[in-house]
Design a protein. Structure first.
Length: 134
């Protein structure tokens, strides 16, 4: 109540006032008092002063607003494995870069930890494609 009337009071003054009202608070450490009583009270006062938030339904109805974020992406049809199409005349470093990018793309497309590990277990296939280029 006192914070609503005089929000600039220091923690020490508020502790002294609270000790007069409730003798059980007299033994409290100032930090404990602030953590238990002052911080939650100030937080609720700040929340009451803010504008009320609009519901997600109202936000989506506004024209020009972006589409809502979907928790899970929609299922994608299985794609055939991609084969890197490098020209035969490409320099070795370009071919190696293409193999590394394909490996990185597969890692990035892994949807969970098991899929990520599965891509890592096939790392030898990428190595076999890079070694002949040296």
């Amino acid at each position: 109540m006192e914070l609503q009337v005089r929000p600039t009071l220091s923690d020490g003054v508020l502790l002294a006032m609270a000790e007069q009202i409730d003798p059980g608070i007299a033994g409290m450490d100032p930090r404990s008092f602030a953590a238990r009583y002052l911080f939650p009270a100030r937080r609720s006062l700040q929340a009451a002063a803010r504008k009320p938030r609009r519901s997600p339904e109202k936000r989506r109805k506004e024209p020009g607003s972006p589409a809502p974020i979907v928790a899970e992406p929609p299922p994608v049809a299985a794609e055939p494995p991609r084969v890197a199409a490098e020209p035969a005349q490409a320099p070795p470093h370009e071919q190696i870069r293409a193999v590394f990018f394909e490996f990185a793309r597969e890692l990035a497309e892994a949807e969970n930890y098991a899929a990520w590990v599965h891509v890592l277990t096939r790392a030898d296939r990428y190595v076999e494609r890079v070694v002949p280029l040296f």
